[in-house]
Design a protein around this ligand. Structure first.
Ligand code: HQG
Length: 175
């Protein structure tokens, strides 16, 4: 169900008759009603959603005051407004070796998503990279310099940071 909620809130809210507000929130009641149309989830309650969020391996969703949103990962056409914040000095991004040349030329781009996804944690970057390559490469982002020179960063969750793009001059290949 966590995957289905991510799909609904990140990629295809219209398939669930949901309309996200500018920060990505929707009413929990509307999401539950929509999920219940699938016989698999016909008895789902808000307690189930809270349980899924609390027990997930990553903090992907947030449920507050009767509303729920995905914290990152969006690909819908309407750009979700994220809160801008000063990043930690260093951030990491795990990716496939086959993308290195293009990243060297164009920097990190959001590709299919709305934002570039970065992490303050190398282990997380490694896991993200393994989705694309059995032997991924870790990129080190000089976030302090980028921030000082006007690149904006945004909060995802406590470990995921977002950016519109990262020019290659701030990127170093670690491994
Ligand atoms: C690459 C998951 C060529 C980029 C993860 C990445 C994350 C370029 C791929 C979150 C490029 C996009 C996002 C360029 C970037 N040329 N390739 N110029 N710029 N790329 O899946 O960051 O588990 O859209 O390096 O854990 O891998 O679902 O992004 O390899 O936090 O919660 O283009 O999704 O979260 O791939 O992953 P993705 P991502 P969940």
């Amino acid at each position: 169900m966590s995957k289905e909620i991510s799909y609904a809130l990140r990629h295809a809210p219209w398939e669930y008759e949901l309309e996200l507000d500018e920060n990505g929130w929707v009413s929990v009641e509307q999401l539950l009603n929509s999920l219940k149309e699938n016989s698999k989830w016909k008895n789902v309650t808000v307690v189930d959603l809270e349980h899924i969020i609390e027990n997930s391996d990553k903090k992907r969703h947030e449920l507050v005051d009767g509303k729920i949103r995905a914290l990152y990962g969006h690909s819908i056409p309407m750009k979700i407004v994220k809160e801008s914040a000063e990043p930690p000095a260093m951030l990491f991004h795990g990716t496939a070796r086959r993308f290195l040349q293009s990243i060297g030329n164009k920097g990190l781009l959001p590709k299919g998503r709305q934002y570039v996804h970065l992490s303050n944690d190398i282990e997380i970057a490694l896991q993200v990279g393994k989705r694309h390559d059995d032997n991924p490469v870790i990129l080190e982002i000089d976030a302090k310099k980028a921030w000082n020179e006007g690149i904006k960063f945004y909060l995802g969750n406590d470990k995921v940071w977002l950016a519109d793009n990262i020019p290659s001059k701030y990127i170093k290949v670690m491994s």
